[in-house]
Structure formats: C-alpha cells, structure tokens
Write a protein that binds this ligand. Structure first.
Ligand SMILES: NC(=O)C1=CN([C@@H]2O[C@H](COP(=O)(O)OP(=O)(O)OC[C@H]3O[C@@H](n4cnc5c(N)ncnc54)[C@H](OP(=O)(O)O)[C@@H]3O)[C@@H](O)[C@H]2O)C=CC1
Ligand SMILES: Nc1nc(=O)c2c([nH]1)NC[C@@H]1CN(c3ccc(C(=O)N[C@@H](CCC(=O)O)C(=O)O)cc3)C=[N+]21
Length: 286
C-alpha cells in the first residue's frame, strides 16, 4: 500500500499571509490599524492553542491584538456586557469569541449580541444565514473555510465526491458541510447518534474529522486512498497536541492526510487574519 502524503498547512497559510502583509501596509499608510480582540472564558487547552497560533499569525502580518480573559464562572450578564463594550470600541475591527462557552452561558442568546460586522468567525446568525445562502458578503467560519482552502490548494476536486463530515457543531461540522456542498460535493454529516459510524465514514472519498476525541478515527473508518482532513485539536495524556485521527495507524491507507499540529489550525489562523482585514476595510470604507 502506498504511503499517504502528509499535507501541511504552512504552504497554504504562507500564501494567504503574503497577500495580507501587503494589504496591511496599504491600510497603515492611510493611518488605519487593523485590530483583533479575542474573548476567552477560562483556559481550555484548545482555546489556548488557538490563541497562541492567532497572536503569532496576527503579529507576523501587522494586525494588532488584545485578549479579554474572563473568569470561568462569569455570569451571562457580565459576558454580554463585555461583548457590547467591544462592539462599541472603534479601535477593534474583529471579535473572536472562543467556543464552546461554559454551561452557564447560553449561546442561543449570546450569539445575537456580537455585532455582525465585527463577527469574523461567524457566531452571529446574520453571518450563519449568509453561509447557508452562499452569500460571500459576510464572514464564513474560519476553520471550515480553512478546510476548503487546503483541499483546493492540494488539488482535490470536490465536484461529485462523497464527503463525510464527522461532527455537527456550528463552529466546524455543520458549516463545513455547507461550504463543501457549495463546492458541489455530495455531503453526509455524522454525529454522536450516528449508527455504524465506521461503515458510513468508510464510504468517504474525503473525510473531515471534527469530533474533539483524541485519535478516535482508526483504520476501519477509512476507505483505501481517501483524503483525510483532521480538524481535531486535543491534548493527549502527555500534554501534547493530537488530532481526532490516529494518524500512525491510518497513514498507509490514505492518499493524503493533514497533520496535527501544523495542519488545519495553521490555516485557520490565516483565514482569521484575512477576515480581520476584510472587517477593517468594510468599517473604513476602504
Ligand atoms: N484546527 C482548527 O482550526 C480547529 C479545531 N477545532 C477542534 O475540532 C474539534 C471539534 O470541535 P467542535 O466542533 O467545536 O466540538 P464540539 O464538541 O462542539 O462538537 C463535537 C461534535 O462531534 C460529535 N461527536 C462527539 N463524539 C462523537 C462520537 N463518539 N461519535 C460521533 N460523533 C461524535 C458531536 O455530536 P453531537 O452533536 O451528537 O453531540 C458534535 O457534533 C475539537 O477538537 C476542537 O478543538 C475546532 C475549531 C477549529
Ligand atoms: N469560535 C471558535 N472558533 C474556533 O475555530 C475555535 C474555537 N472557537 N475554540 C477552540 C478551537 C480550537 N481552534 C484552533 C485553531 C487553531 C489552532 C492552531 O493554530 N494550531 C497550531 C498550533 C498552535 C500551537 O500549539 O502553538 C497548529 O495546529 O499548528 C489551534 C486550535 C479553533 N477553535
């Protein structure tokens, strides 16, 4: 069996980064300084990984950043008031609220608070509706967008392909399925209630794993020669980052697979930066 190709995020991210550096220079020449504000509650491992990646990426492009660190036990009223403050702060162009939120915070209420024009990761229903409609005037969620960009970069044609998305969250699975559908794939979405999961995923020409369970996807989940996009960012028993796919056991069966770290996450941060600049330009009629 042929050894699968490890398809890294870096070349995809670097290409996006080069374009963005030029755009930031142009904005700065006009006295406009694009800025991202991150809102983090508590200290989840995957949030911290994103934060590290996002701060590094924005820094290298010239985007200003600020992190609002909020206590794990924050009340809904307090959280909402923090978001409203940032909505009204003219220096911030993009807001990223890490999700999932802790249990006492009701996402179904909070998602209406973030200003749609600053909502660079598609939290607001206004932007979610645009993803459904294929309307590119809003902000698609960064990670699902990164998944599509990686597939395009490595020449994987999605038209007519059987794509299985493992996971149905509003951060990854569900919008990823929608964006892949927009690329003319035939899409199946799986979740915790799916029966015979391995039989379903084994049909996939392209498998997108976004479950948040370390190394859950094994050899029996994979069709020979499939392309696997591993979105998972999990922390294993030794404190190291790992994906949702057990890469060691599937790598000889796949044709291509993204690594963790160095895969989807690194492209996600580039898309995030791209969206901050898009938001900044829109807010400045630039
Ligand atoms: N690389 C990147 O840029 C990013 C990585 N991530 C990572 O991706 C992973 C998923 O994130 P997110 O979508 O936010 O996570 P959520 O926990 O919100 O959603 C997980 C999804 O997986 C499903 N699921 C959980 N367990 C199983 C199982 N045993 N079998 C089948 N389906 C299952 C759930 O089903 P149900 O709906 O039925 O509960 C749910 O739809 C995490 O590791 C996260 O850190 C997230 C964003 C960006
Ligand atoms: N609203 C929301 N949207 C998200 O997209 C979201 C979220 N909440 N909550 C947390 C998860 C996790 N996530 C990561 C993104 C990039 C890296 C990343 O840049 N990873 C680098 C490594 C970074 C490092 O370890 O320093 C890599 O994979 O190479 C990691 C994790 C996005 N998430």
């Amino acid at each position: 069996m042929a050894m699968g190709q490890i398809i890294k995020g870096k070349p995809v991210a670097d290409k996006i980064k080069e374009e963005l550096i030029k755009e930031v220079e142009e904005l700065k020449a006009r006295g406009i300084n694009p800025k991202l504000t991150i809102v983090r509650v508590g200290a989840r491992g995957d949030d911290l990984a994103y934060e590290r990646g996002a701060l590094k990426r924005c820094d290298s492009i010239g985007i200003l950043t600020e992190v609002k660190e909020l206590p794990e036990d924050i009340t809904q009223e307090e959280y909402i008031s923090e978001i409203k403050k940032i909505n009204e702060d003219p220096a911030t162009h993009g807001i990223l609220c890490f999700r999932p939120l802790p249990k006492q915070l009701d996402e179904e209420v909070i998602k209406y608070v973030i200003a749609p024009e600053k909502d660079i990761d598609c939290f607001s229903p206004v932007n979610a509706a645009k993803v459904m409609e294929g309307d590119k005037s809003g902000f698609s969620p960064c990670t699902p967008t990164a998944v599509v960009e990686i597939l395009k970069h490595y020449g994987v044609d999605l038209t007519g392909k059987k794509v299985v998305v493992l996971g149905r969250s509003m951060v990854v699975g569900k919008p990823a399925a929608m964006l892949l559908l927009n690329e003319n794939a035939t899409v199946t979405i799986c979740h915790s209630k799916t029966k015979d999961l391995d039989l379903v995923t084994r049909e996939a020409d392209v498998l997108v794993a976004a479950v948040g369970r370390a190394k859950m996807v094994k050899e029996n989940f994979i069709k020979d020669g499939a392309v696997v996009i591993d979105v998972g960012i999990n922390v294993d028993e030794n404190g190291n980052l790992c994906g949702d796919v057990d890469t060691d056991v599937v790598k000889d069966k796949v044709s291509m697979i993204t690594p963790v770290p160095g895969g989807v996450g690194s492209v996600t941060t580039s898309i995030l930066a791209k969206h901050v600049i898009k938001a900044c330009k829109m807010q400045n009629n630039a």
